[in-house]
Design a protein. Sequence first.
Length: 202
Amino acid sequence: MRGATARALGTFLLLSVAVYLLPAFVSDFRAQQFAYVGIYLVALVGLNVLTGYTGQPSLGTAAFIGLGAFTASYLGRPADFGGLEWSFPAYLAVAIVLGAAVGFVIGVPALRLRGNYLIIATLGLVFVALYIFKSWTEVTGGNAGVPMPLQVELFGLDFTQLTVFGETLGRNQSLFFLVWAVVALVALLALAAVALHVVVDG
């Protein structure tokens, strides 16, 4: 198992290098598409831990993605768009904590469910979330959605207009780096959690 973990880590590092060279060779539009891929990968890593390692099926991932996205949008977008104009670290932290809190509140009673019952419960969560997202128009914009011209600054870096090797990148090319940094962090945390579980269980 340790050998498999080492190989997975090596593959992960090689892919990381390839990913971070990518924006230099693609357009801003393509970088946006690859950034979306990274966002979905974060969700898939979590789903892999839940279903792949624990064997618990879940269809509720989309509800948590929406919760985090709309929370960040409302707190971070400018007042002209109905937002609160919070800084990136602030609205990111609230989105993470809120998602974790809702997951805990739902997860505790869900521990009693197995198989098809758990699938039905998590599917119901998606429909409840969809109803809230469509109805709470002040925050989500309803069916039309809302624009998200967020300011994304962290550690003095503007991730909407990065300068790399003297070249100023487009908004999506810049956000690409941030998204895939989060992918790398989440993947490493998942690997560490799995490795710790193996060590503890012997």
